[in-house]
Design a protein around this ligand. Structure first.
Ligand SMILES: Nc1nc(=O)c2c([nH]1)NC[C@@H]1CN(c3ccc(C(=O)N[C@@H](CCC(=O)O)C(=O)O)cc3)CN21
Ligand SMILES: O=c1ccn([C@H]2C[C@H](O)[C@@H](COP(=O)(O)O)O2)c(=O)[nH]1
Length: 276
């Protein structure tokens, strides 16, 4: 069993056993057929993944990690908010006729801000500080920009990364206000673990801990039978993740810069409906 399996199973069991249903409330998300998409949730889950021990990928079902990395590069490297720049169709429901998802995610990371050293966007500021001010306690990104919320088609869920250097180790905290546990929990964990690896490598550091803070950790009503089945699956050990050691420029990574050796997830045939 991978450590990520262990954490996921504990989180899911905790939500199913002690979570609170929102069936008595009016909820924003709905299913494709118009039915309200209710959830059972736990507030305030904190998971710690030590990247020096193993890569945090689920084996209870396949995490489509290449697609997840594509989306990560779309946001953090291309800094795009247009689904035409993304291979997967996972954002199509939130895109307008031009393909834009509004002033969300990549758009916010591309906005340049004034600093004494010159104008930089949030990603370049992190890269600059990791190199020049590793002792800084101000190395973070935050895309929950209130001024632009009215122009975002979905408010950012994973909205802030705080980077922290201890010795030669790069640690990070991912802050997430809302988490669809089945569709995107491990998806997000894999993405931000890969981001820590990327940031560490181009900064001459080694990846350390990823701390994932989730405010509203929920399971959608139509996902309950699927996660219950997942909990009965036989997990496998974590695969070996590797990153191309020759890439020294954050913007030179591609989806092919990463490999996952020995990934043998349990079979999983269910189609996961996504609440809109
Ligand atoms: N309700 C909801 N849950 C989410 O996880 C979510 C949203 N909405 N809205 C915006 C993005 C889109 N995200 C998504 C959407 C779909 C998949 C999905 O369909 N995953 C499939 C396979 C993906 C593939 O084809 O490679 C899976 O099996 O995990 C994952 C993340 C995450 N976000
Ligand atoms: O990276 C992501 C993006 C989205 N989600 C999920 C979390 C919620 O289920 C929905 C967003 O709905 P809100 O009503 O805005 O919270 O999308 C995710 O888990 N990870």
């Amino acid at each position: 069993m991978s450590y990520a399996d262990q954490v996921f199973m504990q989180n899911i069991q905790e939500i199913l056993d002690h979570g609170v249903w929102d069936t008595d409330q009016n909820v924003r998300p709905h299913w494709e057929d118009g039915t309200p998409a209710h959830t059972i949730k736990k507030f305030g889950i904190v998971n710690r993944y030590d990247l020096q021990k193993e890569f945090p990928i689920l084996t209870l079902r396949r995490t489509y990690w290449k697609t997840a990395v594509d989306e990560l590069l779309w946001i953090w490297q291309k800094k795009s908010n247009n689904v035409h720049d993304l291979n997967a169709r996972i954002w199509d429901q939130w895109a307008d006729e031009t393909g834009s998802i509004g002033k969300a995610y990549g758009y916010q990371l591309a906005v340049k801000h004034h600093y004494p050293e010159g104008d930089m966007d949030q990603v370049d500021r992190v890269l600059y500080d990791l190199k020049h001010n590793p002792a800084s306690r101000r190395i973070l990104t935050n895309i929950y920009n209130f001024a632009d919320l009215s122009e975002m088609h979905l408010y950012p869920c994973a909205y802030s990364m705080t980077f922290n250097v201890s010795g030669n180790v790069l640690n990070a905290i991912l802050n997430q206000r809302s988490q669809d546990m089945l569709a995107a929990n491990n998806w997000n964990v894999v993405q931000y673990a890969v981001l820590v690896y990327m940031m560490a490598q181009v900064s001459g550091l080694v990846p350390g801990e990823l701390v994932h803070v989730i405010a509203d950790a929920h399971i959608y009503d139509r996902h309950v039978p699927i996660v219950e089945k997942m909990l009965t699956q036989t997990p496998a050990p974590a695969p070996k993740f590797a990153i191309d050691p020759s890439v020294m420029d954050f913007y030179a990574f591609t989806r092919n810069s990463f490999t996952m050796e020995g990934y043998t997830p349990a079979p999983f045939e269910d189609k996961i409906p996504i609440a809109i």
